[in-house]
Write a protein that binds this ligand. Structure first.
Ligand SMILES: Cc1ncc(COP(=O)(O)O)c(C=O)c1O
Length: 309
């Protein structure tokens, strides 16, 4: 990859004469079966451009309450597109459905409420631990939205991971959407970059998912943490630590040993596998966390118990 970067033939992309950017965009468009693609430095930028293009000022964008476009993109829809977000929390097993979206749609121009201008769907849903929406669920959302003339954007930052998990090509998965963003960074392993496609085959590494499953299995034997391996569908693993353990403290402590993980909230640690991490390193990650949990969880608990006795 570094050689490819060093040896890339470059031009001025402003004039559309950077052959490497053009080749990348043509390739992305081809893989997704779309007419055009645009290379952008980040997923946030690609998402926000899509939102801006789809909606009118003062409209509302419906999304999952845990969506990146809502939680982690610096309130950009308010600044760039001039929109408000309408987050909905899916019921059931935590996957966004049309049933969750339908009640908050507003297309009545005579209403005082904001008009629904766009639905943004995230698949896999990162903050739901990488849960995957089925092609059927996405089709249902898009068909129903389109019947109301509402466009649907796919934040497919990790859509290749969903493709691997479902055994369905990204082209097929993303077909019903009006626009698609995917990251070249994250599961595909590039240092930076995202694509916005306006419309094939698996590119993501299957082993990332197998490693996540291996970690989930190994965590199942660790006392002091809780994990549901059935909800590990892609390369994201959420591990719940029990009080008195705090996920933020754990994250800081294991970083000292070279294990870089994040926390979603104070009880949830988030681990993400990728192509540069081996299976052994994943299992070592579990061992590092187990050592921390054993040392701190029980020690603190017994200290707390002693204090109360
Ligand atoms: C689902 C999702 N969408 C968009 C983004 C934003 O991508 P970037 O970090 O390249 O801006 C992220 C980043 O983690 C993400 O998880």
């Amino acid at each position: 990859m570094r050689d490819a970067i060093r040896n890339a033939v470059v031009g001025d992309d402003v004039y559309g004469d950077d052959p490497t950017a053009n080749e990348l965009e043509a390739r992305a468009a081809g893989i997704f079966g779309r007419e055009a693609a645009l290379f952008l430095p980040s997923g946030t930028m690609a998402n926000q451009i899509a939102l801006f293009v789809h909606v009118g000022r003062g409209e509302e964008i419906i999304c999952d309450a845990r969506a990146d476009v809502y939680l982690w993109e610096m309130a950009m829809p308010a600044i760039l597109a001039g929109c408000i977000m309408r987050p909905v929390m899916p019921g059931g097993d935590g996957r966004l459905t049309w049933q969750a979206i339908a009640p908050v749609i507003n297309r009545d121009p005579a209403d005082w409420k904001a008009q629904t201008g766009l639905i943004a769907v995230e698949n896999p849903t990162n903050m739901a631990g990488g849960l995957v929406l089925s092609p059927r669920a996405m089709e249902e959302i898009c068909t129903a939205a389109h019947a109301l003339a509402i466009p649907v954007h796919l934040d497919g930052a990790r859509i290749f991971n969903a493709s691997v998990a479902l055994g369905v090509s990204v082209e097929q998965l993303s077909r019903p959407f009006d626009s698609v963003m995917f990251c070249l960074s994250k599961g595909l392993g590039a240092p930076v970059g995202s694509m916005l496609v306006g419309s094939h085959d698996f590119i993501a590494r299957h082993r990332d998912h197998a490693h996540a499953q291996a970690m989930a299995g190994a965590f199942a034997g660790v006392s002091g943490v809780a994990i549901d391996p059935r909800r590990v569908e892609t390369n994201v693993v959420h591990v719940i630590v029990r009080p008195p353990l705090r996920a933020s403290a754990l994250v800081g402590a294991v970083a000292q040993q070279g294990l870089l993980v994040t926390h979603v909230d104070d009880q949830t640690v988030r681990l993400v596998t990728h192509q540069d991490v081996t299976r052994d390193e994943c299992l070592e990650a579990v061992a590092i966390i187990e050592r921390y949990v054993t040392a701190h969880g029980e020690a603190h608990e017994s200290a707390a118990l002693r204090a109360h006795s």
